[in-house]
Write a protein that binds this ligand. Sequence first.
Ligand code: SAH
Ligand code: SF4
Length: 355
Amino acid sequence: MKEKTIRLTSLSREELNTLIVDDWGEKPFRAKQLWSWLYVKLVNDVSDMTDLSKLFRAKLEEVCQPLSPTVQSRQMSKDGTEKWLLSFTDGQQVETVYIPEEERGTLCVSSQVGCSLACPFCFTGTQKLVRNLTTSEIVEQVTFARSQVEARGQRLTNIVLMGMGEPLHNYAAVAKAVKIILDSSGLAIGTRKITLSTSGVVPKMVQAGYDLGINLAISLHSVRDDVRDQLVPINKKYNLAALRKGAKEYPLKGNRSITWEYVMLDGINDSPDDARMLVKYLKGIPSKVNLIPFNPWPGTPYKPSSAQKIEEFQNIVGNTGLVTVIRERRGEDIQAACGQLKGERESGDTSSVNS
Ligand code: SAH
Ligand code: SF4
């Protein structure tokens, strides 16, 4: 028996075409049918791809690895937010979170197992980097989740690369996955509907803008270098001035803007002065500010800012005309907020895992 060496979801549409047409000598429409099974009909079992000939299916089964991650656990929040702990062939696990809203459904996708950047307020940052995810592992979070939510009549319209890991430290795999997700004859999630969140890997950030044309969210958290050096240690490599320069160079299409994420930490970055300095820092950059209530986890030394402090901060920034939103807390009862993933099971507490 031949070795199953091909993973279909790691291939771009062009690569799939080359495989099926040039290497296997099949007609081009076979490649189209297969692409459509994978990304429109969201079927990942070759034996269910009924309009493919038996011979072709047998060949696919012979050389292609089975698709789709294994669900280790699934939790559903009271507010409809759903979190899956997914495991891949080597047993490594990541979390993927679906957040339904009235007009859209957003999937928060992971890019690495763990993270090397060790931001001290982030739970993922306390777990060392285990490995990068592959293109197919990123793509399959989307195909898996979309098939799940569509089966019950919900929609998956938006993607945020805000799960575990720093997407720009796994750029090649992330970029290829994004191109597969963008493909208009497949998943067809457009550039406006995909947002990459980075802690500020400046050179790759600008490159991503040119390569992919998607939205950018930057985890800022402070506009004082001494504070940001602590909160987002990559600031020691790319400081606030470098970050600002990179943000200005980021190619923004039409009337789009950069989203600045700012986690509100009590007594650390939440004073009126911090708010005024933030406004100054963002001057001249088309920007939206996303104030994130800190999501505490067991053992963290940080405390969330009070609602009043957050509102005061929002008023100072918002009154200058900058769009400033306080991120709604979603999935709190299942610890599903982006950036706070995969905590409970690792610390041994699985009591709230309900399936
Ligand atoms: N590594 C990327 C993307 C993943 S983190 C980045 O840092 O941008 C996604 C977002 O969640 C970041 O803005 C991060 O700062 C934030 N975050 C991490 N831990 C958090 C917590 N405990 N509470 C609130 N936001 C958190
Ligand atoms: Fe990594 Fe982002 Fe967490 Fe920092 S905030 S440790 S970059 S996942």
